[in-house]
Design a protein around this ligand. Structure first.
Ligand code: ES4
Ligand code: ZN
Length: 370
């Protein structure tokens, strides 16, 4: 097994690209990014550990599904929908995100949503994904649980066949709803246990502390599922600690506010808890004022296993490559940093050992190449 604490790769040289690639770099940072680094970001095999499938719903698909299903959207056009994505905070985003989900009705709609994301993931050289879905957003408006998960699994199977992208699916509970609703959702998932890897916890963090979900996470664990949870996004570093204490999760989603407390960072590092950081999301939802304030370097320096992810890419102006290029430009990340982040993502994933070794081989072939 490789050492997930490895900090660098002394002596390696970077392969340069022969074929020019088109990369989504934000115009305002394009001038400060080394083209070789962009090329490396593009070519390196990537693992996405924090993406909400509902957050990959692009306005074009939303409008097409709205028309097909006879659902109305509160926007005049695709452009107007995209132009409305100017969020003041997490809640103002969630209001838009949940409302748009009304266009998802049939099993095939969920398959199409999932496959569209996988097509995009393939274009960005993502090799393994661990996406969340929020079943309660759909069951609350009368779409059966089996329709939702059935369609998503169809899309994931299509994507694996077409692109070789492997996946571990995470069922996420909405923390603004009750613990009873979360328990009923887990019960509905029991026939599908073999297709799920973990449960998660998302939605509004403030006012919805993790302890309320301790019982349902314990039940999920008893059923053989792992756990992850959003924490330290809106809430301060103490929410990260409370989440570890009450939910016993393997990863913390976001977790950036852990950087405010050295003791919390030490605990994350010592316990090998992976953080799934989403730079564009943090800026768009005003968790930080600008990219340079995303504390990725602080966390790396403290030995925390951090990863870079896209969260809700259809809403936050870019997929995983744009998150890597943006944060690289803002913090001056090096090839060593990109290698370390990639090793953390592979090591912190829920893929089996065989798949992790394959992903490490793919990573080495890019970073080792002459
Ligand atoms: C989310 Cl950015 C974020 N935070 C919490 N919950 C979410 N659900 C979808 N995106
Ligand atoms: Zn998220």
């Amino acid at each position: 097994m490789w050492n997930t604490r490895m900090k660098g790769f002394a002596g390696r040289t970077l392969r340069t690209s022969i074929v020019p690639t088109e990369v989504p770099v934000s115009p305002e940072i394009a001038h400060v990014l080394d083209p070789e680094l962009v090329d490396l970001i593009t070519r390196m095999p990537k693992v996405e550990l924090h993406v909400h499938l509902e957050g990959t719903l692009e306005p074009e698909i939303a409008f097409r599904l709205a028309e097909k299903n006879g659902v109305s959207l509160p926007y005049a056009s695709v452009d107007a929908m995209r132009a409305a994505y100017d969020f003041a905070d997490l809640q103002s985003f969630l209001d838009v995100y949940y409302a748009a989900c009304a266009v998802l009705v049939t099993r095939d709609d969920f398959r199409e949503l999932t496959l569209a994301y996988l097509r995009r993931a393939h274009a960005e050289n993502i090799r393994h994904i661990e996406p969340f879905f929020d079943p309660q957003t759909h069951t609350e408006r009368g779409v059966p649980f089996d329709t939702v998960i059935g369609g998503i699994l169809d899309g994931l199977a299509d994507g694996q066949r077409e692109f070789g992208i492997t996946s571990c699916l995470i069922l996420s509970f909405l923390r603004h709803l009750s613990a009873e609703s979360a328990s009923a959702t887990l019960a509905a998932a029991e026939p599908w246990l073999g297709k799920l890897v973990a449960v998660g916890l998302d939605s509004t963090e403030l006012g919805n502390p993790p302890e309320r979900f301790a019982e349902v996470f314990a039940r999920a664990r008893a059923l053989g599922l792992l756990g992850v949870a959003h924490a330290g996004e809106e809430g301060d570093a103490s929410f990260v600690t409370r989440t570890l204490d009450s939910l016993h999760v393997a990863r913390i989603d976001h977790g950036v506010r852990a950087a405010e407390n050295p003791l919390v960072m030490r605990r994350l590092a010592e316990n090998d808890v992976t953080l799934t950081v989403c730079p564009n999301s943090n800026v768009r939802l005003r968790v930080v004022t600008d990219l340079s304030r995303v504390p990725l370097r602080t966390l790396l320096d403290a030995g925390v296993a951090v990863t870079v992810n896209s969260d809700d890419p259809a809403y936050f102006g870019g997929y995983i490559i744009e998150n890597f290029t943006n944060i690289s430009a803002a913090l001056g990340l090096t090839p060593d940093d990109l290698y370390q982040l990639s090793v953390y993502a592979i090591g912190g994933s829920f893929a089996d050992t065989h798949r992790k070794l394959e992903l490490m081989d793919e990573l080495e072939s890019v970073f080792d190449g002459a």
